[in-house]
Design a protein around this ligand. Sequence first.
Ligand code: PHE
Length: 407
Amino acid sequence: MTSAAALALAVVGVGCGNKPSGDIKPDGTNGPATAPAATEWRVGAYFSLSGEDSAFGVDSRDGIELAVDDINKAGGIKKKPMKVLFEDDKSKPEEASNKVLQLIDRDKVVAILGEVASSRSRSGGIIANKKKIPMITPSSTSPDVTRIGPFVFRVCFTDDVQGPTGAEFVIKKLGKKKIAILFASDDLYSSGLAKEFKDAVTKMGGEIVIEKKFLKKETNFTTYINEIKDAKPEIIYAPVYYNAMVPIARQAKAVGVKGDMFMGGDGWDAEELLKDAGDEMEGAYFTNHYAPDVPWPNAKAFLTKYQDRFKHPPTSVAAQAYDATNLLADAIGRATSDTPESIRDAIASTKNFGGATGNITINADRNADKAVVVVKIHDKKFTYFATVGDKSGTVPAATAAPAPEKK
Ligand code: PHE
């Protein structure tokens, strides 16, 4: 647990008059397995707090801590505080499995929050499901994640929604039909989203003029970009994480391919993209779950609170982690008993939960039916551009998608 969260709990002191006997000792071991459940809701969180995708982990942790402090200030859940134990999986799928196992076997958590990257949510989710501890991923969109089994949930849409939505936006709103795709073939999210997008483009009468795959370890994209350039696409779809998009954008600009030639998915969502390639990405669009200026209820209050505390605007990843935490707390509160099975059932029956990222109803496949937001990169900021396919009732009719841009 970070010092900020520890402090919040200490200051609030909900139910903490006596130190819980099952608390983690300085040597990392914990006390009697039965004690923690009696005094606090112990929740495990595993994220990429270090390593190549650290922005995802750090932003998620910030969103979770903001939510936990609110929950505990309001008296906790069923009069007990929520305590989140964070583990760093170092951006590695193997570590994700280890950390989830540790949180369950050593720390006896009743539920788990994590991860952002689908590849790591899959590794961690397999363990959580096997051990029958409910897990909610705030941000993983690969359909494979919740398919693991009945204990794995998400509070976001899936890539078989995001891909076709991106395709529809490119073809119908931007009016571009000749499309290139550039993606990481050895990443679950990137390759899955590329496929969903490609299938939708073909169905909608668009043409994939070239498709280039790379491996996650690659850092030089100039050859691919030049080949793409030669194929003369009207737009390049790059469903990759921010840490790959930064060098892609920089190397593209160097050979004359500008930001407005790119379209992406939610994996672009990190401050680092704006900081390190904001100029190069000017004019690019991507599908996402949220942007700081989304015009719907609950988003504004979250934005203010988040900015006040962290002094920068929240990313979608932070907003989703905040929502996942609050939704979990709500489910623990509704559960008919304190067991992980009962909490699982309560998560599964969540309807119309008002989050910062929209209204969340958990469907029969343990996914959320939510609006896809199109974000435009402008002036080194992520700005809300449109909402597509809202089935959740999140978006007030008056703020539905604006007219397409004339170019
Ligand atoms: N959807 C991505 C995945 O499944 C993770 C992600 C979500 C990244 C939102 C950034 C923002 O891997």
